[in-house]
Ligand binder design. Structure first.
Ligand code: E4P
Length: 220
């Protein structure tokens, strides 16, 4: 499963890239608002760090507006993927952008049927929001699992991107449910690295090594 970072924070993206675990980045208007400045400049900076897909979200409600924004983003870097929210206009924009060879990520997907429609319209990435479904007492991972089964049954090429990941367990569950990608906040990526027994083991190994060095030095 590919791992994308769900952030517009350049430093976080640089760290994940240095760890060798970064396959792409997703941004959205809320993540951008936390950083501020020029959205275009941030996207270009991110695209210099990773050659993987970088999602840039349109905010227009009408098809022509979505197309104008999408074409603009697509010119910023070759790895930009235009993020379009699920809606009737969104499906049309996805279909027309696909005809122009521009890749899209259909966002704000909350049902299997929405995901199926987005794939049929031509989206490359389909983003079910797992955490926001869990928040309203619906099992977000069911959408991932059902889409994975349907895409496999009908050899649909679109990739399922598990979004709105809230904890490390979501990452494991998304992988087991058949998500092709999961996008994760940096804090959760850090949590995935750590385990109390790993951290304790590192301290103990270092302590034992130093004790052995001191004993050897005392003998010589
Ligand atoms: C990513 O593409 C989504 O915009 C993001 O994962 C949403 O996460 P949230 O529900 O925590 O805002």
């Amino acid at each position: 499963m590919k791992i994308f970072l769900d952030t517009a924070e350049i430093e976080e993206i640089k760290i994940a890239a240095r760890w060798g675990v970064l396959d792409g980045v997703t941004t959205n208007p809320s993540l951008y608002a936390k950083v501020g400045g020029s959205y275009d400049a941030i996207l270009q900076e991110i695209c210099k760090i990773t050659s993987g897909p970088v999602s840039a979200e349109v905010i227009s409600d009408d098809v022509e507006g979505m197309l104008t924004e999408g074409r603009h983003f697509a010119k910023l870097a070759p790895n930009i993927v235009v993020k379009v929210a699920m809606s009737e206009n969104g499906l049309e924009a996805i279909s027309r952008l696909a005809d122009e060879g521009i890749k899209t990520n259909c966002t704000l997907v909350f049902s299997t049927n929405q995901g199926l429609l987005a794939a049929k319209a031509g989206a490359s990435l389909i983003s079910p929001f797992v955490g926001r479904l869990d928040d309203i007492n619906q099992d977000g991972m069911t959408v991932i699992r059902e889409l994975a089964e349907i895409f496999s049954l009908y050899s649909i090429e679109a990739e399922i991107l598990a979004a709105s990941i809230r904890n490390p367990l979501h990452m494991t569950q998304a992988a087991l449910a058949g998500a092709h990608v999961a996008t994760v906040p940096f804090k959760i990526l850090q949590q995935m690295v750590h385990h109390p027994l790993t951290d304790k083991g590192i301290v103990q190994f270092k302590k034992d090594w130093e004790a052995a060095q001191q004993a050897a030095a005392a003998k010589s």
